[in-house]
Design a protein around this ligand. Structure first.
Ligand code: C5P
Length: 208
């Protein structure tokens, strides 16, 4: 079984995907880490994010076995990731790895922006997780502060709105729910409520 979880930044999709994978004993891939790793490699080398040849080279060299999640999950790397993610050749370079991961025998949960639309259009379950920008900014600010990073909620909200706009308006694999996705709005749900709603959706499909 393949479960595709998509949605905008800080919607809760990552936690939901992790918890679903644990619940069903499936493998889990946070595909945002791939784009983050590309961006970080370029920044670390002192290269520019608009140097397309360099960015594509970094995408081809990405090694998911070497990911340091704490270093990739910073605010700055997330911003940079959304810039490199708009380059079609970067997405193409990361495509096979994601599809192969989805073919895992035990079942797989992938979360990102284009899993239900591009990477796994035939996923058994597709959930598009969303929440109001204000609620997402509130959650992301708490997360960043817990990681010891300096964060003002107004700045985080501005960044979220900018990132949403960039992810939704890009020409290739823009963020939008697949036609057959179940939309899960987590604005008024705590994490337990959101996970329960996601499991209920998987069960609806399994018993169909
Ligand atoms: O989900 P996360 O915040 O880690 O993603 C960082 C950025 O990577 C997103 O803003 C988006 O531009 C890009 N991304 C993507 N497609 C995915 C996952 C992430 O374009 N499947």
């Amino acid at each position: 079984m393949i479960i595709a979880i998509d949605g905008p930044a800080a919607s809760g999709k990552g936690t939901i995907a992790r918890r679903l994978a644990k619940h069903y004993g499936f493998s889990h891939l946070d595909t945002g880490l791939l784009y983050r790793a590309v961006a970080k490699a370029v920044l670390d080398a002192g290269d520019k994010l608009d140097d397309r040849a360099r960015v594509i080279e970094a995408a081809l060299a990405v090694d998911p076995t070497q990911f340091d999640e704490a270093q990739l999950k910073t605010h700055a790397v997330g911003e940079a990731a959304s810039i490199v993610a708009a380059i079609p050749d970067v997405r193409a370079a990361l495509f096979n790895f994601q599809q192969e991961f989805a073919a895992a025998e035990r079942g797989a949960v992938l979360d990102g922006r284009d899993i239900g639309t591009v990477i796994c259009p035939h996923a058994d379950v597709k959930i598009f997780v969303t929440a109001s920008p204000e609620e997402r900014a509130r959650r992301r600010t708490i997360e960043l502060r817990a990681l010891g990073q300096d964060a003002r909620e107004a700045d985080v909200l501005a960044d979220i709105l900018r990132r949403d706009e960039r992810d939704r308006s890009r020409a290739v694999a823009p963020l939008h729910p697949a036609a057959d996705a179940h939309v899960l709005d987590t604005t008024k749900l705590d994490i337990e409520g959101a996970v329960a709603a996601a499991i209920a959706q998987v069960e609806r499909v399994r018993t169909r």
